[in-house]
Design a protein around this ligand. Structure first.
Ligand SMILES: *[C@@H]1O[C@H](CO)[C@@H](O)[C@H](O)[C@H]1NC(C)=O
Ligand SMILES: *[C@@H]1O[C@H](CO)[C@@H](O)[C@H](O)[C@H]1NC(C)=O
Ligand SMILES: *[C@@H]1O[C@H](CO)[C@@H](O)[C@H](O)[C@H]1NC(C)=O
Ligand SMILES: *[C@@H]1O[C@H](CO)[C@@H](O)[C@H](O)[C@H]1NC(C)=O
Length: 401
């Protein structure tokens, strides 16, 4: 246990080091100066942008649901875990050895404390890929704490709702000085996939994920609601919750499993809003939720225990979109990480008349909303049941986060 908490604090220390050295690189300049880009949608029909679609059949036993996907993708999961090991090794080789010894021999046991069907899904993935159970669990824990993102929910003049997000991942886990890329981000991009969760051959919900990750941090119940989750940095953050969980306190819910529950069981926007506001969580976060009718859009700011604030669309009062990054909307963002101001400036320039996949995709393709951590942009329109995902790339000069 001790070892695990140490590495997590180790990561925090790295954050500071990298932040200082990158900010002093004036080649990058202040990130806010980018013009809002146009004409980016639709992206080319090439493997560089398109992502595959898979079906997960919920009628199958949980342990077998992901087998067809992860068997095909085992190599990329191993590669990603290796990149993470290399990163920890570079921090402290001895410590890394202890940690991965713990992960391979002990962490796997904790899978049994996860709720079903998630415990069996994770076990099934470990079995199908022949990756140690503890490593598959670790891989599924990652996203609980390191996800930096931008989410937008917006309403067009006819009252139709759109919901979109960039998923930025890999912060501070190894910078490739030659290529100016984040090592983990690059390894993740080929693993992005759209998933249709089906029962009796019918789509129940859709989500975007990385091969081997069973959570749903971007998803939709066609006709009913759309949802995305952004990390919220906080002292009482994901680290503490996860350490408590490792130490045996299993009251808090994993955010990425809670989102699967919401997509599986919610029958309305209101009900999902209530669930996401109330359940105790392992980590603080932001839930961005969209419904299927005018005015149904909100950002729920969560501590681990409760909802701190619900920020709502109000088209009658001119609030036709909400844009959330990784900061409480009533506070200023961290000055070296302001994706909110450029994102809002571009939304304002787009105007409500142009709300749609093209308009929002352009906003999310503008630097630094688009940055070196961005793996994908997902676009959702709930009434049409449409979910489109595109891999994103940020060419130099480009802000690292
Ligand atoms: C799980 O726990 C048992 C009992 O404490 C232990 O013997 C075993 O080595 C642990 N690890 C795995 C991977 O089963
Ligand atoms: C860096 O870029 C080169 C050239 O594009 C590529 O061949 C190489 O695989 C990249 N390295 C990594 C670690 O992504
Ligand atoms: C919105 O969702 C509710 C709850 O599922 C449903 O009853 C209603 O018909 C939906 N409305 C539209 C416009 O799709
Ligand atoms: C965008 O428009 C809103 C509403 O008019 C305004 O409050 C906000 O300051 C604008 N933001 C930027 C960055 O232009």
């Amino acid at each position: 246990m001790f070892v695990t908490s140490t590495v997590l604090r180790g990561c925090t220390a790295v954050i500071l080091v990298v932040a200082v050295s990158t900010v002093s690189t004036h080649r990058l300049g202040p990130p806010q100066k980018e013009e809002c880009v146009t004409g980016k949608y639709p992206p080319p029909q090439t493997a560089e942008y398109q992502v595959p679609k898979y079906v997960v059949n919920l009628d199958l036993p949980a342990a077998d649901r992901w087998t067809h996907i992860v068997k095909e993708r085992a190599k990329s999961i191993v590669n990603l875990l290796q990149k993470f090991k290399d990163f920890v090794k570079a921090l402290d080789a001895k410590l890394a050895e202890k940690i991965f010894d713990y992960v391979d021999h002990n962490l796997g046991n904790l899978t049994n404390t996860l709720p079903q069907p998630y415990a069996d899904e994770i076990k099934g993935i470990a079995k199908a890929t022949e990756i140690p159970l503890g490593e598959v669990l670790l891989y599924n824990i990652f996203y609980e704490i390191f996800t930096v993102c931008t989410s937008i929910v917006a309403e067009d003049p006819a009252g139709k709702l759109y919901h979109a997000r960039n998923l930025d991942f890999g912060l501070f886990m190894g910078w490739d000085f030659k290529n100016h890329t984040w090592v983990i981000t690059e390894a993740l991009r080929p693993m992005i996939m759209n998933i249709e969760f089906q029962m009796k051959g019918q789509v129940v919900y859709k989500a975007v994920t990385y091969a081997g990750f069973i959570g749903a941090i971007t998803g939709m119940i066609p006709g009913v609601l759309t949802m995305s989750m952004n990390e919220r940095f906080n002292l009482d953050g994901g680290y503490l919750g996860i350490i408590e969980w490792l130490l045996g306190d299993h009251n808090g819910k994993w955010m990425s499993f809670l989102t699967r529950d919401v997509l599986m069981y919610s029958t309305s926007y209101q009900q999902a809003k209530e669930t996401l506001s109330k359940d105790e969580l392992l980590a603080p976060g932001y839930y961005i939720l969209g419904g299927n009718s005018s005015g149904q859009g909100c950002v729920i700011t969560r501590s681990r225990e409760k909802s701190l604030d619900i920020w709502e669309l109000n088209p009658g009062k001119g609030v036709w979109y909400l844009l959330e990054t990784n900061y409480d909307h009533w506070k200023a963002p961290l000055f070296v990480d302001d994706r909110r101001t450029p994102g809002m400036r571009c939304m304002n320039q787009t105007t409500q008349q142009n709300v749609g996949f093209a308009g929002i995709f352009n906003v999310l393709s503008t630097k630094p909303v688009l940055n070196k951590l961005t793996t994908y942009t997902a676009l959702m329109q709930v009434n049409a049941g449409k979910l489109e995902t595109y891999k994103q790339h940020c060419d130099d000069p480009c802000w690292p986060w």
